[in-house]
Design a protein around this ligand. Structure first.
Ligand code: KG4
Ligand code: ZN
Length: 341
C-alpha cells in the first residue's frame, strides 16, 4: 500500500486543485487554479460562481497533474476528494468528479476532511513533525487549537467563538480598501506600518482558556478607521491589527503547549502563510526549546497536495464509489476517527 499513488481533488472554496501523492515517492504533481480574479469584484466568494468555475476546470487540471507526474490513470491506487467542510455546491463538483473518475478506473474513493488536509500539510515537507503535537489551524473559516495524538486522534483545545482569524484579516482589509482576498494584502501593507500610533487589546488573553474571539478586535479596528488620514496611517493601522491578531494566536499556542505538556507545534491553514505569525511563533517556540513545523506558504492556503496526502493516509478505509456523492458543508474535525485498518 505504501507505494500507492493517490489523486487528490480540492474544490471546497475558490481554488480548483488536483495533486498526486505517493507514499513512497512523495508528492508527484500539484496543480491549482485560483478563482480570486473571478470573485474580486464582489469582494468575496460567490458560491454559485465558484461551483460553475470548478466544473469548467477540474478535468483539464486532473489531466495536467497526471502528465506532470508521468502517470497513466490506471496507475492510480485511489481517488481522494475534499468532502467538507466548505461550500456545498463547490464540494459537490469535486465529489462528483472524483466519484466518476474512481468509478471509471474501478478504484476506491476516499472522502477527506479539509481541515485534516491542512493538519497533514506539514507532512509534505522535509522537516516534518512526529506525533503527538499541538496544531494551530488558522484559515478563512476556522481558528482551532488541536491536540493531535495521531492520525484521527484529535482533541479540540480551543476555537473561535465568533469570527475566524482569516475572516477578521479579510474584513479589516476590505475596510482599508484592499482587494480580495485581503489577508495577504493587509500583511504587505503592515510591513510599512509603524508600532505605536494605534494599539489594540489582545482579545481573551487575560483570562484562562484556549478559545478565541476576533470580532471585538475587528470592531475596534473599524472604530479607529476615521483616524486614518494618510497612507502611513493606513499602514500603521494594518500593522497594529496584525500584531494584535498574531500575538493573540501566539499566546494561546504557548498556553496549549503548557497545558498539554507537548513541545511540538504545527501551524497550518491560510493564515499560517503570514510571515509575522511564523516569526512570532518561531521566537516563542525556540525560547522554550520546542519545535515548530509549518508547510511552505503555498501549502498553507488551499491546495490539493494536502488532500492527496490525507487521502493516501486514509486509503485503507477507501470505499468503492457510489452515485450518492457524500459531502458535508459542516463537519466538526473531532468527528474523525483513526483510519480503519
Ligand atoms: O486555508 P485557506 O486558503 O482557505 C480556507 O480554508 O479558508 O485560508 C484563506 C484565509 C483567508 O482569510 C486569507 O486572507 C488568509 O487565509 N491568508 C492570510 C495570508 N495568506 C492567506 N492571512 C494573513 N496573512 C497572510 N499572508
Ligand atoms: Zn482551507
Amino acid at each position: 500500500m505504501r507505494n500507492a499513488a493517490v489523486l487528490g481533488v480540492e474544490t471546497s472554496c475558490d481554488e480548483t486543485a488536483v495533486a498526486i501523492y505517493d507514499g513512497a515517492r512523495g508528492l508527484l504533481a500539484h496543480v491549482l487554479h485560483s478563482q480570486a480574479a473571478l470573485h474580486a469584484r464582489y469582494g468575496g466568494v460567490v458560491p454559485e460562481l465558484a461551483a460553475r468555475d470548478h466544473v469548467g476546470r477540474i478535468y483539464a487540471l486532473a489531466q495536467e497533474a497526471l502528465r506532470r507526474a508521468a502517470l497513466e490513470p490506471h496507475q492510480l491506487a485511489g481517488v481522494a476528494y475534499t468532502a467538507g467542510p466548505g461550500l456545498a455546491g463547490a464540494l459537490l463538483v469535486g465529489g462528483a468528479f472524483a466519484a466518476g473518475y474512481a468509478a471509471a478506473l474501478d478504484r476506491p474513493l476516499v472522502a477527506v476532511h479539509h481541515m485534516e488536509g491542512h493538519l497533514l500539510a506539514p507532512m509534505l515537507e522535509e522537516h516534518r513533525p512526529e506525533f503527538p503535537f499541538v496544531a494551530l489551524l488558522v484559515s478563512g473559516g476556522h481558528t482551532l487549537l488541536v491536540e493531535v495524538a495521531g492520525l484521527g486522534h484529535y482533541r479540540i483545545l480551543g476555537e473561535t467563538l465568533d469570527d475566524a482569524v482569516g475572516e477578521a484579516f479579510d474584513k479589516v482589509a476590505k475596510a482599508l480598501g484592499l482587494p480580495y482576498p485581503g489577508g495577504p494584502h493587509l500583511a504587505r501593507l503592515a510591513e510599512s506600518g509603524r508600532v505605536g500610533p494605534f494599539r489594540f487589546a489582545r482579545p481573551m488573553t487575560d483570562r484562562p482558556g484556549l478559545d478565541f474571539s476576533f470580532s471585538g478586535l475587528k470592531t475596534a479596528v473599524l472604530t479607529a478607521l476615521p483616524r486614518v488620514k494618510s497612507e502611513q496611517d493606513r499602514a500603521d493601522l494594518a500593522r497594529a491589527f496584525e500584531e494584535a491578531a498574531v500575538e493573540t494566536l501566539a499566546i494561546k499556542c504557548e498556553r496549549a503547549l503548557d497545558e498539554t505538556g507537548l513541545n511540538r507545534l504545527v501551524v497550518a491553514g491560510g493564515v499560517g502563510a503570514n510571515r509575522r505569525l511564523r516569526a512570532e511563533l518561531d521566537r516563542r517556540v525556540r525560547a522554550r526549546n520546542g519545535a515548530l513545523y509549518f508547510p511552505r506558504a503555498e501549502f498553507c492556503t488551499d491546495n490539493a497536495a494536502m488532500i492527496a496526502c490525507a487521502g493516501w493516509a486514509r486509503l485503507a478505509e477507501a470505499r468503492p464509489p457510489t452515485s450518492a456523492i457524500e459531502v458535508r458543508a459542516r463537519w466538526p474535525l473531532d468527528d474523525l476517527r483513526p483510519p480503519a485498518t
